[in-house]
Design a protein around this ligand. Sequence first.
Ligand code: NOJ
Ligand code: CA
Length: 563
Amino acid sequence: MRFYYRAYVACIAIYLAGSSLLLCAQPAPDYVWYRNAVVYALDVDTFKDSNADGIGDFQGLIQQLDYLHGLGITVLWLSPFQPTPDRDDGYDITDYYGVDPRLGTPGDFAEFMFQARQRGMRVIMDLVINHTSDEHPWFRSARQGKHSPYRQWYVWRDNRPADAGKGMVFPGVQKETWTFDSVSTTYYFHRFYDFQPDLNYSNPQVEAESKRIIGYWLNQGFSGFRLDAVPFIIEEDGKNVDRPEHRFDQLVAIRRHIQLHGQEAILLGEANVAPEESNDYFGKDGVGMQMMFNFFVNQHFFYTLATGELQPLVRALEQTRDIPEGAQWANFLRNHDEIDLGRLTTRQREKIYAAMGPDKNMQLYDRGIRRRLAPMLGNNPQRLAMAYSLLFALPGTPVLRYGDEIGMGDDLRLKERLSVRTPMQWTDAPYAGFSTTAPFRPVIDAGEYDYRKINVASQRTDPASLLTLTTKLIRLRKEHPAIGLGKWIISDHKAGDLLITQFTDERETILTVHNFAPNRASAELACPGQVLTDLFSGEDIPVKNGKVQLTVKEYGYHWFQVR
Ligand code: NOJ
Ligand code: CA
């Protein structure tokens, strides 16, 4: 009997141990790495020059990896780095399988990938497969005429289509979407500049080649792609340019192919679409792209920054709330392009222009502003800090743009979007410590944003700098993954200027408060716990009868842990 009793107890113990092991083996809720990443976007040629030719390169980037790691970055997004005539800053590729020799050798590239991995950082790259450069050997061949093996890789018409003057992505600069090719004496289709002919995705050979490109780079160690110009890849080229049909099955095919090569690899889509279209891109049940930039929230975020009116931002967040499980928004303030305000009403856009880009030279393509974040916010440190705090406290994954962590400015003398792509400002040494020789694109060396005033070296030792704040925000954000993964609600209070958001996961509840007004704002918060701990100051605020009375300074912000 005793034997049976002991055996029984032993069985129970083994069963319990087994189930607790099983419980331990459950993946942590943040196992989906991209949902709690901190992404940093950079272009190798403007980041750091190692060999004194004035052009940033992979060896220079390697030198700065510890800076990025120290900042807390977990994912680097590299702008196009393949061989290019560089007429659209690399988004015009001539060899999908190469490394632009200006940036280094394939060996330098491989060393960079190794060094990033050593520091636990993932790398994603721009995948520019909607179009090639017109100097790509495929297009050179296709131009030779109907007998070229590459003819059907592009989209041709014998005569100028009636809608050739419609559907331009760069209105005001680009004149048409069909351009006459003098070699084949026919017209080719291009959504972007005329030197970027669209690839023809109804040709299975093009689809097969794009898969080879994807496979190639995943095997070089990338964790995924920022997929350029997504709606234009999957549209029926040249047909009904104003309201084209989209082939979402192509996105599913790309996603499948990506996961064949790397289980964890992701697609981060550049698709500036209406909220109701987003789920077509994420795919039903999340079988499309895992991530997309939230352009919709971005535009409303700036509207709220410009006007202080909270509701448009709140509505934009609500309208983009429901996405498939496993999908994630990527949030950003500014990127390498103009800020696109095309989804706002004319009145809303005008208000942003007036507040943030009043001169014609600051505006671009009849829809946006070609300025950096700091100048758009009047270089007001408290306002910048609040905007950054909110970026890290939005549901989704934050994406930073190089130089914005120190509040770099823009150079409006440069054409179109190059204004926001000047070399990184590392120190107050000549050429901003970016290079020891005059860079291929000038550093900002005058005015408020002069590199002698705005640079990494001076900000890293300044406890009140934007760089110090960004580092803190990144640390906090990582310590509180509920923001990226948890459930969220926006407090429906009538306090006007304060955006109050509550994030909850199985570990904790976080409450964030942002004041968009240039004056103090107060509100009574309904609060689930007994004490709020301010995660910046460590201060505890008691909750009385489920309520807290809060006063927030002008452009102030708080992150509270509810205890
Ligand atoms: C979107 C990129 O962000 C932009 O910089 C580029 O000009 C176009 N796609 C064309 O590739
Ligand atoms: Ca160089």
